[in-house]
Design a protein around this ligand. Sequence first.
Ligand code: 9MG
Length: 277
Amino acid sequence: MTGILRCGRFELALERALVMGVVNVTPDSFYDGGRHFDPSAAVAHARRLAEEGADLLDVGGESTRPGAAPVVAEDELARILPVLEGIAGLGVPVSVDTTKPEVMRVALAHGAAMINDVTALAAPGALELVAGSDAAVCLMHMQGSPRTMQAEPTYADVVAEVRDFLAARAAACVAGGMARSRIVVDPGFGFGKTVAHNLTLLARLGEIAVLGFPVLAGWSRKSSLGRITGRPAEERLAGSVATALIAVQRGARIVRVHDVAATRDALAVLAAVERAQ
Ligand code: 9MG
């Protein structure tokens, strides 16, 4: 896919796959929970990811790991606002990972260029709020909620169900006034999916990409990689990079990762091979 992703004051060319660096300001995220809970540590981490070549930074103040406890909007904002302020001058578009319209409103006022919503703007008022801004949105598929999603995920055809859901949410955004060039879709690896569901979605990612929106893929350090390799989250770099490459080869245009430098290098090699064809 070529084209442009419009996010706030940024226009991101999609000729090469983009790398979104994860900045979790949480005590309980599955891989980096607690590492950057202190705002100055989170800002330093974001700065490092930007230096490593992140095209976007995704800042989140509420863990979406399976079983995670919900956080009220006030606490979520208290976690992310000092970080948004600290990284505003980096020149890298900032995405805010939230499901709450109250958090979205404040984040947009603080310059967020994208809203990354793992519930695809399900909350009342969320769609209208984002549509009324100039930010991009990432619409993600999830079966259930973080508290319950891994209990017994069930699909007749996981790819068709995820694709149809994402198509319907994107259509709702367009009907609500959002330009197509502001919309990203994401199958939501690990969100109400077994390892087999995740692998099927990755293998058939092209069937999501045909929707015509940039596809974001997030496999970084996730438990499916642990199930495949037998390794804990700290040792899943190789698996994470492998899945980022496979996702891009099958149509993803954005990969959401903890390890920006390694992913950028791997994608540069892939792009060089593709140019040589
Ligand atoms: C917040 N978050 C955690 N994993 C994610 C994924 O795979 N995609 C998106 N969009 N957000 C995610």
